[in-house]
Ligand binder design. Sequence first.
Ligand code: FDA
Length: 299
Amino acid sequence: MGMLNSFIVKLLPLFPKPFISLFSQRYIAGETLQDAIEESKKINDLNMTITMDVLGENISELGEAGTAKNILLQVLDELHENKIQGNISVKLTQLGLKLDRSACEDNFTEILEKAKGYNNFIRIDMEDSSCTDQTIDICLKMNKRYNKVGTVVQAYLKRSENDVKMLAENGINLRICKGIYNEPAIIAFKDNEEIRENFIKLINIMFDKKIYVGIATHDSLLVEKARQLTQNLKLSPEHYEFQMLLGVSNKLCNQIADDGYDMRIYVPFGEKWYTYSIRRLKENPKMAGYIIKNLMFRN
Ligand code: FDA
């Protein structure tokens, strides 16, 4: 079935959109902000916080960046109005990074000002390696204006140890994840064991400096190792939290929250759900297996 699943994964973009939508519902809160607010309330009721993501990246004109900015401003208002325990995750390409850096910074600044008014935190998601330097630069610059701005470091990048050391030195709140983009071997570890080792190394740097870290993984082995480390170091909860994507590992996140750890769920929503869904489905070839079964055994 493994090879068949990989084959299906390659074919995924050929499936009709409504069909993909059936399988992606669990990964996305919905198309509207209202859907995302409802989902966030449910997650808060389970004693977990959220970070909201407006789907859509790598836009082709600046007008789209303005639209994305306006939605993000609205998200901040709604999180506040609805007393949601949560913040936002922002992709800089969505705000125009690749089209006009200064327009991107202006868009981000508006978001920052709004977040400041609510005393809320902003996470800058990390995109592919063509964005790493600029994302880190912008994060450092914005953090000087408002210190509740942090970013993400990917354990698969060889440069990340240096980045984490430098960012921790600057007191930047980081999310550590494995990394989702397909990067060349010259700059990225390809072996899962190496990526895991680096993940733990990066988390240790953050623990050591006592700078807040979001441990973003569904890998039960990494979760276990991180839990052991926090216990050995007697780290208190104000130094770290676990983070997972909506719909990926419900059992594991419930267990972490039930054990008393801070657990945050990444809640994507928006009209541009299709690219995100394909990415999630590609990461999970078993899901592709369900797709073929469904195709073959439909009435
Ligand atoms: P791994 O891929 O080994 O998965 C561990 C287990 O989780 C798998 O065995 C499987 O059971 C389950 N699993 C994983 N993905 C699944 C799926 N789609 N469906 C069902 N089960 C699945 N990346 C990035 O480059 N920049 C970023 O800013 C972020 N942001 C981010 C935020 C949060 C909260 C999370 C959890 C992740 C990210 N990522 C990210 C994505 C991250 O880099 C990585 O690609 C995924 O988390 C998958 O890696 P894991 O560590 O979960 O391990």
